[in-house]
Design a binder for this molecule. Structure first.
Ligand SMILES: [Zn+2]
Ligand SMILES: [Zn+2]
Length: 243
């Protein structure tokens, strides 16, 4: 499973880094040493993610553990989209609160500083976490498959959304059209513009997929920009002293 997670990371991050070279030539040209560190931390995280995933995959196949099912009619068909939403909502909730906790100053320095060492983040930063942070992320889906029934293919969709959003939210440009990001959908869904502001300002925009918790808790500071280096560096100085 470690190998699968590692190869999946390299393939998806590599694809979007390639797309970045086409769409925003030169965006990563000054960031080679940082990208090397992002890949190193991400592959270490892949090793950690692979352990609970491997145990669960073995338990599912060999022991019949988990609530993963393969017969499409074992549950009503409407359950498939509902289960995807439930998984994303549960993952988002876990991420929001653990992420907020990781921004407490002492915890930040011990656990989360590695992720914020990417300034600005790139498509390779999707899994650039310290081992402890990787552990908090690695247990979520393996725990959920014991609680919420999900079809194997639908679980694959959840993992695909998780991987692609993790990469695209860090890649330094917005791939969704302005009409979506600035429209009613963008008010509730997190894309790169939202997470960019987290990397610029630190203590806001903690969510993963949805803006619901940020909005409820008053931590949603709107969408970031990708073109204003002055704004980014001045806010970053303030944020570093806060963190
Ligand atoms: Zn991030
Ligand atoms: Zn953070």
């Amino acid at each position: 499973m470690t190998l699968i997670v590692g190869v999946r990371y390299l393939a998806v991050s590599g694809a979007f880094a390639f797309a970045t070279r086409t769409v925003r030539p030169g965006l990563y040209s000054q960031l080679r040493p940082q990208i090397g560190r992002e890949i190193g931390w991400s592959l270490a995280s892949a090793a950690i993610y692979g352990v609970p995933a491997g145990i669960v995959a073995w338990g599912w196949q060999a022991r019949g553990w988990t609530r993963i099912y393969t017969d499409p009619v074992a549950y009503p068909l409407w359950w498939m989209p509902v289960s995807v939403l439930l998984y994303l909502a549960a993952h988002d909730t876990w991420f929001y609160w653990t992420h907020r906790w990781m921004h407490r100053p002492r915890v930040f320095r011990a656990i989360h500083a590695v992720h914020h060492a990417s300034r600005p983040p790139t498509a390779w930063a999707a899994m650039s976490f310290s081992p402890l942070e990787a552990l908090t992320g690695a247990v979520v889906i393996p725990a959920l498959v014991f609680l919420i029934p999900i079809h194997a293919a639908t679980l694959g969709l959840v993992l695909a959304i998780m991987t692609v959003m993790g990469v695209t939210n860090h890649m330094g440009w917005e791939m969704f059209p302005r009409a979506i990001v600035g429209g009613p959908v963008g008010r509730w869904i997190i894309t790169a513009s939202h997470h960019q502001r987290h990397h610029d300002r630190y203590r806001c925009n903690y969510g993963l997929y949805f803006r619901v918790w940020d909005r409820l808790c008053g931590t949603d500071h709107g969408l970031g920009r990708f073109d204003d280096a002055t704004d980014r560096s001045s806010v970053r100085c303030a944020s570093v002293s806060e963190a």
